[in-house]
Design a protein around this ligand. Sequence first.
Ligand code: ACO
Length: 381
Amino acid sequence: MSKFKKGLEGIIALETEISYIDGEKGILEYRGHRIEKLAELSYEEVVHLLLYDKLPNTEELNEFFNKTKVIRELDVRTKEVIHYHNFNIEAMDALMTALAHISQGDPDLNVNTPEANIRKALRLIAKAPTIVAYYQRIHEGKEIVKPNELLPHCSNFLYMLRGEVPTKLESKILDLDFILSTEHELNASTFAVRVTASTLSDIHSAVISGIGTLKGVLHGGARLAVMNMLDEIGSPKKTEEYIMNMINTKQRIMGFGHRVYRVVDPRANIFRDLAKKIAEEKKDMKWYDMATKIEEVVTRELVEKQGKPIYMNVDFYSGVIYKYLEIPPKLATAIFALGRITGWLAHAMEQYSDNRLIRPRAKYIGEHHSQDKEISKLTKD
Ligand code: ACO
């Protein structure tokens, strides 16, 4: 048996053509394209690239948009399910339940052909934002806002959430948020998706596995933790003391550290620039100033003094951006999932296309009761 590595660190578990990471140089590519270049595109273009392995021309992009914009609405029964949700939960839990419900009505549920999986993928990508927006509107006691077919994917989500068409900068920021969140090789949730797909379970189940895994605070849940931390600190003046206390008491600073990157996560740099832009547009530097202070203290104390590669990751400035977009904290991880869903779907389809059951081994470290005296005693008694 091969050597045991806790947390599967550094283990190559499978081959992929979807994304590439160089953790030493801070490089991330989707299907061979650098993330910094992809950040100039729309989310729809990146979805096309991930699902069809091709950047779309104008005609293909229009066709893709026309196909997805008309399937955003939810069926009546799924809306009812959302009404019955417990509103003390995170939107992630609501997303999981509603997608499980949607799967029951999907005409292709148990058809696993590539064509059926693409149809299901488009439905999942189109409908997931509507679930999160409706959940929030109902939770706030407001009327739901139906999808607007004139708006692109991300602007439409903000529109359904707030009932107002977002500004150009807000739309661009959410597009970027979805692009940067959508794919990241074999992260924990994508691995969960691939394990589920490898049993030849359906693609809805694979995505639901991903949602459950993304929710944890060591993964996508860190974005919510960053927002909570900013709220708790409250002002730029209190930041140094708060972070120093966390470091001195050996607590983890959320939005920092990564299993793969030994330098700054390239997505985090793009998010930092964006956070600055939106702070300037809103003429409110508070959250941005707090974030740069946190970054300064963590770099000084953990990187420079302790020599640990604990740099900001994708969740740090995205949490800051959500503060400026006034995203309710309970929605933070679900919005990450709305972006990540495309990467999950691409991976599930790649898994189906050349499948072998994913079933690693565990090293047994318990005792061997070879005499089984205890069992003999029990059966005699
Ligand atoms: N703050 C302070 N110390 C940290 C942090 C952090 N955020 N992250 C790691 N460390 C320290 C650990 O305490 C440990 O120190 P030690 O060797 O003195 O005990 C060392 O760095 C290595 O930590 P591990 O937990 O072994 O690193 P691992 O690769 O398993 O963890 C992880 C990666 C989970 C992301 C970790 O860095 C972490 O907990 N970060 C905070 C949560 C977070 O931001 N998650 C989002 C990641 S990005 C994403 O999933 C979308």
